[in-house]
Design a protein around this ligand. Structure first.
Ligand SMILES: Cc1ncc(COP(=O)(O)O)c(C=O)c1O
Length: 453
């Protein structure tokens, strides 16, 4: 199929050159055009897929890493306390981000739990968070016996709408948790301003945002603490794993104590287990695998960025497809490449059917997060004995009712489509297949929508 499609493209070049059409598609933006492929039968209805080549496998493994990994296994020094690989990783990651310090953790979720604890989020507190996020952001707050209070979602950016935060603040509010979803930075300046005015902590959920930048600073270094995930799907994976970054010794030493059964660390002094704590430690082998990937992360981030820019420039030309806007002077890292989809411009083709048709064309994509506050976990939490002890029945009812008033989130949940990050590592010719597949599905929107019924 790849071959057939190459011929089609060559045919286009000839036609375009003969007609003196600017070959804009060789640059950042392809000129609007009618591809022969658009006329072809949709793959969902038995036609030939636009893209048959597959996409990069993820996670990646390199044989060159094996000696270092085997060395750790053979040494028998596997846990944090028995060797120096974890500290080495922490120094390297802090340097990469321009953070003063870093603490490795067992996962992104445990990084968030530790970060919230150290910023003094306690039972009965409230944390303002974006509803449009992976469920772990909610769960980390609930684990602290605090209430996740949802801000509005800005449909243009998919991130927290800073203008909605102030109205959510109560006397119980202790922290704001901005989520840099899909590696797209939140608008951090107004968030930090509100936090300062109301003496609130800012714990950044940067679990999808390794190396994302906002006004010259890396996400995870802009609030009080930043939390990262290195789970298998992530850009720098180690199966499971996480990290907290911070700009003071005091905070990271406290994080270290809490993640290590309450043991003393640096400026956080005491005898034995003198503070509360848990075991949220990373293992030596995870740290070795992560440190081996620093250069790869930097190089692949540049590729994902360039390819996302290319897609945005081209998909923005297609009626009904809206690329996501980033805050000024910020750079995303695209853990997913999202765009907003308008079925009305695709002859009523539903988003799910669009995604099916795209997947059949060899371009897997789909809707991402649902309105997860209706999934049941919050009902379960607020019906629990603990939550009933901590909040009045009136507050819990008003909290539950407030989900209906959230602005932007339902719309974002219903209209966003995402493609996974590995697709952004492809060659330009493969990226062109994404654009062509969307145009093809659009050209056949009516028939695909009908076939739906
Ligand atoms: C936004 C967000 N927050 C938190 C987490 C939790 O990270 P982990 O799966 O490493 O616990 C994830 C992981 O996918 C995430 O995407």
């Amino acid at each position: 199929m790849k071959k057939i499609f190459t011929q089609t493209r060559r045919g286009f070049i000839r036609t375009a050159a003969a007609g003196s059409v600017a070959l804009g598609w060789l640059g950042a933006q392809r000129a609007p055009m009618a591809f022969a492929a658009e006329a072809a039968k949709p793959a969902l209805l038995g036609g030939t897929p636009v893209h048959a080549g597959g996409w990069a496998k993820w996670p990646e493994w390199s044989e060159a890493w094996e000696p270092a990994v085997l060395k750790v296994f053979r040494s028998g020094r596997w846990f944090r306390g028995s060797d120096g690989h974890i500290e080495e990783f922490e120094r390297g990651y802090a340097q990469l981000l321009g953070a003063k310090r870093c603490l490795a953790t067992a996962s992104g979720t445990t990084a968030l739990i530790v970060g919230l604890h150290v910023m003094d989020v306690d039972a009965g507190d409230e944390v303002i968070v974006s509803p449009y996020t992976f469920i772990a952001s909610y769960n980390a707050i609930l684990t602290s016996m605090a209430l996740p209070v949802f801000a509005d979602t800005d449909p243009a950016t998919l991130t927290i709408d800073p203008a909605s935060i102030a109205s959510r603040i109560t006397e119980r509010t202790r922290a704001i948790m901005p989520v840099h979803i899909f590696g797209m930075p939140c608008d951090m300046d107004p968030i930090n301003t509100i936090a300062r005015e109301h003496k609130l902590a800012v714990v950044e959920d940067a679990c999808q945002a390794w190396l994302a930048e906002y006004k010259g600073r890396k996400c995870g270094t802009i609030g009080d603490l930043g939390c990262f995930s290195f789970q298998e799907s992530k850009h720098m994976p180690s199966g499971e794993g996480g990290a907290i970054t911070g700009m003071t010794d005091e905070l990271i030493d406290k994080c270290n104590s809490y993640h290590n059964c309450g043991r003393a660390c640096g400026t956080n002094k005491g005898n034995g287990s003198f503070t509360r704590g848990n075991n949220y430690r990373m293992t030596q082998v995870q740290a070795v695998i992560l440190a081996l990937q620093f250069d790869k992360l930097v190089k692949q981030t540049a590729i994902r960025r360039a390819n996302a820019d290319y897609l945005s420039a081209n998909l923005g030309q297609i009626p009904g497809i809206t690329p996501i806007r980033l805050p000024e002077n910020s750079r995303a890292v695209w853990h997913l490449y999202p765009f907003r989809y308008d079925p009305a411009r695709f002859n009523g083709l539903s988003r799910d059917r669009f995604a099916q048709a795209m997947s059949a064309e060899g371009v897997p994509c789909g809707g991402i997060y649902r309105e997860q506050y209706y999934d049941g976990l919050l009902d379960e939490a607020i019906a629990s004995r603990g939550f009933k002890r901590l909040w009045s029945a009136e507050r819990l009812k008003a909290y539950r009712d407030s989900f209906q008033e959230l602005k932007g989130n339902k719309q974002v949940c219903e209209t966003t489509v995402g493609m996974t990050q590995n697709m952004l590592l492809a060659d330009r010719s493969d990226l062109d297949h994404i654009i062509d597949a969307i145009r093809k599905v659009q050209a056949h929107g009516a028939i695909l929508a009908k076939a739906n019924r």
